[in-house]
Design a protein around this ligand. Structure first.
Ligand code: HEM
Length: 490
């Protein structure tokens, strides 16, 4: 019996050694990194609550391009502005794939924009971009919708009369309504319970998407499919969101095509019709439903979180808030409709918005990419199928690019005469072929929401509250802790 146990132990140790040596052999052509162990790889070095900071620390040891093993999978990490930018743009097509985990594979089924690669991604992305343009961004169409939502948000805060409130729900409601206007062509009132459920379902999915339960699902998908748990609620939320979208599509179909397409669904239905005889077309109802899901998922969480940080940063930096208000008062009339174009006359306000995005780095470590063919990154040959993580925070906090990277400082985006200056290292929306598809819409939203709120209110801590927590919680995005502030009418 003892002999058998000893044999088993010896076998296990030999297997471990063989695996260990195999891993070292696999490492020889990859960028450097901590030594991987069988089964766990380098998981032991990761602080999953502060991934972006762990990656910045590891770059100080291994250099701006290094390898981390997540279990048996090598992941290439890009760190610092120049490496992130070059990694995403020098061979932009080579790194334009998106890896899929079993969880996102089950949710997206290879459809839509965010979780696809190759032909489907190219068609769906190009169509998404073109539709946003056609819906009037840069002209007046969508901008008008954003203005309308900004006014609703101001009205909502006004009703609170300076009493303490958590601004999260009114903000997410307004931001989701902008996407609803883009996709469905109409908004939902704050009383609409079905729309509340839409918002809550996306929120639940985002939180699940970076939880231990998601990791378990990715390791044991087959088993988890048969077990109860939060993943089952996520699939229920996803199904609810799909049927919500299908219902809107049905209404559009029943109303027939309008003279001029008014929203994403109108354009998509026309596109399905146009390409019905094209065998290479990916335009069908399943791709439409998933693209709608993607626009909501990518377009609400990021913008909402940035606006929640905006309010918090203004409370934490009352001097900045005052300077923004002075600039707005000097340039705009008290009831003048604010346009995106006005940012050019408001350099300080524009700089503050950019600094809020830089300083809070909402998309933390970026969204993973996959090499669609063999390529070379910073001199290292990288095989097809390799996963790449562009640590966006490391570019937004790069000490070589920013004067005071860890301090909130709007001067990062101003020259000595107070003019606004764009910075190459501002990679909040990423770079390369998969750069944020909604960048222009997001910029319009941030500017119009911020300037309307700042013109109408001064944000303050509730009476008796002396401090506010500015630490971030890591979900898919870096979020502030829940807080209450007073929006005091000016
Ligand atoms: C402050 C707001 C926003 C930030 C910081 C942001 C940031 C990002 C980032 C970092 C990516 C990943 C790009 C990559 O793969 O390298 C991304 C992708 C994407 N974003 Fe945004 N985003 C914002 C708002 C929006 C809005 C409003 C929309 C909707 C219209 C949107 C739609 C998308 C889509 C569809 C993708 C996937 C693109 C693809 O895979 O080709 N985003 N965004």
């Amino acid at each position: 019996m003892l002999g058998l146990s000893a044999l088993l132990v010896a076998l296990l140790i030999s297997l471990f050694i063989v695996q260990f040596l195999k891993l070292q052999w696999a490492c020889r052509r990859l960028p450097p990194g901590p030594t991987p162990l069988p089964i766990i790889g380098n998981m032991w070095v990761m602080d999953f609550k502060r991934q972006h900071e762990t990656l910045i620390k590891l770059a100080q040891i291994y250099g701006n391009i290094f390898t981390l093993w997540m279990g048996p999978i090598p992941i290439i990490i890009l760190n610092g502005f120049q490496t992130v930018k070059d990694g995403l743009t020098v061979h932009a097509e080579d790194v334009s794939g998106r890896p899929s985990t079993p969880f996102w594979q089950r949710v997206a089924s290879g459809k839509g924009i965010i979780f696809t690669s190759g032909h489907t991604w190219k068609q769906q992305r190009r169509f998404g971009l073109m539709t946003l343009r056609n819906l009037g961004l840069g002209k007046k169409g969508l901008e008008h919708r954003v203005q309308e939502e900004a006014c609703h948000l101001v009205e909502f805060f006004m009703q609170e009369r300076g009493q303490p409130l958590d601004p999260s729900f009114p903000i997410v409601h307004s931001v989701s309504n902008v996407i609803a206007a883009v996709v469905f062509g109409h908004r939902f009132t704050i009383e609409n319970k079905n729309f509340h459920q839409v918002i809550e379902s996306y929120d639940y999915m985002v939180k699940f998407g970076s939880s231990v339960s998601e990791m378990l699902y990715d390791i044991f998908p087959w088993l988890m499919n048969h077990l109860p748990g939060p993943h089952q609620k996520v699939f229920y939320c996803h199904e609810f969101l799909r049927s919500f979208a299908r219902n809107e599509i049905r209404n559009h179909r029943e109303n027939g095509p309008p003279d001029e397409p008014q929203d994403f669904i109108d354009f998509y239905l026309a596109q399905i019709d146009k390409s019905k005889d094209d065998p290479t077309s990916t335009f069908d109802e399943d791709n439409m439903v998933q693209a709608i899901f993607d626009l909501f998922l990518a377009g609400t969480e990021t913008t909402t979180t940035t606006l929640r940080w905006t309010v918090l940063d203004m409370v934490a930096h009352p001097d900045v808030q005052e300077k923004v208000q002075k600039e707005l008062d000097a340039v705009l009339g008290p009831s003048q409709l604010i346009c995106y174009e006005d940012r050019k006359k408001l350099p300080y306000t524009n700089a503050v918005i950019h600094e809020i995005q830089r300083y809070n780095s909402v998309v933390a470590v970026g969204v993973p990419r996959e090499c669609i063919r063999g390529t070379v990154l910073q001199g290292f040959p990288i095989e097809k199928g390799t996963i790449i993580i562009p640590n966006l925070t490391s570019a937004l906090l790069d000490p070589e690019q920013w004067e005071t990277p860890r301090q909130f400082n709007p001067n990062h985006f101003l020259d000595k005469d107070g003019n606004f200056v764009n910075k190459d290292a501002f990679l909040a929306f990423s770079a390369g072929h998969r750069v944020c598809l909604g960048e222009l819409l997001a910029r319009t939203e941030l500017f119009l929401f911020f300037s309307n709120l700042m013109r109408a209110f001064t944000f303050k801590l509730p009476e008796g509250v002396k401090e506010i927590n500015t630490e971030a919680i890591t979900w898919i995005t870096l979020q502030p802790h829940p807080y209450k502030i007073c929006a005091v009418p000016r």
